[in-house]
Design a protein around this ligand. Structure first.
Ligand SMILES: [Zn+2]
Ligand SMILES: [Zn+2]
Length: 135
């Protein structure tokens, strides 16, 4: 089954052919800034089958690990699409809300919970990491 999605204006589209290797909510301050929300729901996919169409620009900033994170957004509408990280070059991170079928998102972890806001909400069953995911 192909997994498809894209930005709010529809000019940037992505297709993936494998299910995510990880699904989890990132509560880091950068994801709060980027999304305007309490956390970013992140699907991590192998980038082997990633196909992108449309013009994407990247905003690059060092994470607290010191590794660079490249947040990709649509050049027309500014919508978040794909994030790449120097620490995990073989993967691409996609916000669950940009999926054409966001209901497939089923997070089992939360990370950077140390920076979560008081008004944030958590699912009971997820495994919580105070900072990065350990692997
Ligand atoms: Zn767009
Ligand atoms: Zn984050």
């Amino acid at each position: 089954m192909d997994i498809t999605g894209g930005c709010i204006c529809g000019k940037v589209k992505y297709t993936l052919k494998e299910m995510p290797v990880m699904m989890g909510n990132c509560h880091c301050l950068d994801c709060q800034k980027w999304t305007g929300c309490a956390y970013k729901p992140v699907c991590m996919f192998s980038n082997k089958t990633l196909k992108l169409e449309g013009e994407i620009r990247y905003y690059t900033k060092a994470a607290d690990s010191g590794e660079m994170i490249h947040r990709g957004f649509c050049a027309s509408c500014g919508g978040d699409v794909v994030t790449k990280c120097d620490q995990f070059v073989e993967y691409v991170m996609i916000g669950a809300g940009t999926l054409d079928q966001p209901s497939v998102y089923n997070p089992n972890i939360d990370f950077y919970t140390d920076s979560a806001q008081k008004w944030d909400c958590f699912l009971d069953h997820t495994h919580k990491f105070s900072r990065q995911i350990e692997r």
